[in-house]
Design a protein around this ligand. Structure first.
Ligand SMILES: [Fe+2]
Ligand SMILES: [Fe+2]
Length: 343
C-alpha cells in the first residue's frame, strides 16, 4: 500500500496505452467523500444508550468529537457548487451512532448537495452501530437507495443486504454501491458483503462491462486482504477479491480507516486502482488523516479506452477550504487495443 501523497507514478500508469485520443465532451466528474460521522448526541436518551452506543457515545464526549469540525459541511457545499460534479459518492459512516436524529440530519444535508440521482451513498459500520428499525433509519435515505436497487421484494426491505448492490449510471460510467455494514459486537468494526450481494455484484460487473461502461465499485470497508487489522476488516474480503480478479472493474473507492491511501488490487487485465478517502471533516494534524476529498474526471469509452484524472484535495485551516495537493492520471486501454481478452 502506498500513501497517495507518496505514490509512485508507475502505480497509475501501469495500465497505460499511449495512443488513445479522448473526447472531453462526454466526461464525467465524480466527487468522492467519506466518513462524515455526523453526531447528534444532544438530547440523547439513556434508553438509546443501553447498548453498544454507550461506548461510542463516551468516546465521542471524551475527545473524539474534537477530531471533527462540522463547519466543513458548509465549505463542502460551497466547493461542490463550484465544481458541479456529475455525481457525488459518499462511502459510509455518514452518522456516528446510527441514531434516527443523525439519519435525519444527514438527509437534510444531502438535500443541499443535490438531487438523489446525483448522489450514491453506501452505509458504514457506524450507520449500523446497533440493530435498528428501517423506518427510523434507512427509510430517510430510501431516495438514494431503493430506486437504484434491483430489489423488488416487500417494503420496508428486510435488510441492507437485500437492496444492495445499487447501481447509478452516469453516461457511460456505472457506479456500483456495495453495502459492507453489519451490526457487530461491542469491540468490533468488521464488515461483510454476504453471499447474496457477491452474487449480484458479479452479474452487475459483467453486465456493465458488456455495455462498455467504466465501472466504479464504492464500499465502506477496504476490500484488500490484510489492509486493515482483523478487528475492523471485511470478513469476506477473500471472496470479493476473487470476484475482482475474475470480473475486474476500473476503480474502487472506499473509506473506514480514516486515512488517505492509494493502492492497487489485481484485476483480470492488470492493476485496479483503489482510493481510500479519510473523513471529509477530520481536523487532526496528521496529513494522511486530515479532511480530504477526491475528484475523478473520467473520459473515454469501453472500446477506445479510458482516462481518469484524480485530484486529491486536502483541507487547509489557513485557507478555510480544500486545496489541491496532487493530480494523477491513469489510462486504461479499450477493447479495440486488446485482442483475445474479455471486455
Ligand atoms: Fe469512520
Ligand atoms: Fe467505518
Amino acid at each position: 500500500m502506498v500513501s497517495i501523497s507518496q505514490q509512485n507514478k508507475t502505480l497509475f500508469k501501469s495500465r497505460s496505452s499511449k495512443d488513445i485520443a479522448f473526447s472531453q465532451r462526454d466526461s464525467v466528474t465524480i466527487v468522492h467523500l467519506s466518513d462524515l460521522h455526523l453526531a447528534c448526541t444532544d438530547g440523547i436518551s439513556w434508553h438509546q444508550l443501553l447498548n453498544k452506543r454507550i461506548l461510542g457515545y463516551l468516546r465521542w464526549r471524551l475527545g473524539r468529537r474534537r477530531e471533527f469540525d462540522y463547519r466543513i459541511f458548509a465549505i463542502l457545499e460551497r466547493e461542490l457548487q463550484q465544481i458541479k460534479p456529475d455525481h457525488v459518492i459518499i462511502t459510509g459512516d455518514l452518522t456516528h451512532l446510527g441514531l434516527p436524529s443523525e439519519f435525519k440530519a444527514v438527509s437534510k444535508w444531502l438535500e443541499k448537495l443535490g438531487p438523489s440521482e446525483r448522489i450514491t451513498i453506501v452505509p458504514g459500520n457506524h450507520d449500523t452501530y446497533v440493530e435498528t428499525d428501517w423506518a427510523q433509519t434507512f427509510f430517510m435515505w430510501e431516495g438514494y437507495i431503493l430506486p437504484y436497487s434491483s430489489y423488488e421484494g416487500r417494503l420496508p426491505p428486510p435488510g441492507l443486504e437485500d437492496v444492495f448492490p445499487i447501481l447509478h449510471q452516469v453516461k457511460n460510467v456505472a457506479i456500483i454501491g456495495v453495502s459492507t455494514a453489519v451490526p457487530c459486537p461491542w469491540h468490533l468494526a468488521i464488515g461483510e458483503v454476504g453471499t447474496g450481494q457477491l452474487r449480484k455484484l458479479e452479474a452487475m460487473l459483467e453486465e456493465a462491462a458488456s455495455m462498455g461502461c467504466f465501472r466504479i465499485i464504492a464500499l465502506h470497508h477496504p476490500p484488500g486482504l490484510g489492509s486493515i487489522g482483523s478487528r475492523k476488516a471485511l470478513k469476506d474480503a477473500g471472496r470479493l477479491v476473487r470476484i475482482l480478479e475474475d470480473r475486474g472493474c476500473e476503480l474502487i473507492l472506499h473509506g473506514h480507516s480514516h486515512q488517505s491511501l492509494c493502492y492497487t488490487l489485481k484485476g483480470p487485465r492488470g492493476d485496479i486502482p483503489v482510493i481510500e478517502a479519510p473523513s471529509a471533516l477530520c481536523v487532526r494534524s496528521s496529513k494522511s488523516r486530515k479532511a480530504r476529498y477526491f475528484t475523478c474526471k473520467i473520459v473515454g469509452s469501453g472500446q477506445k479506452g479510458w482516462k481518469c484524472r484524480v485530484e486529491d484535495r486536502i483541507f487547509s485551516n489557513f485557507q478555510k477550504g480544500f486545496v489541491s495537493v496532487k493530480q494523477e492520471e491513469f489510462v486504461i486501454a479499450g477493447s479495440s487495443h486488446r485482442s483475445g481478452r474479455r471486455s
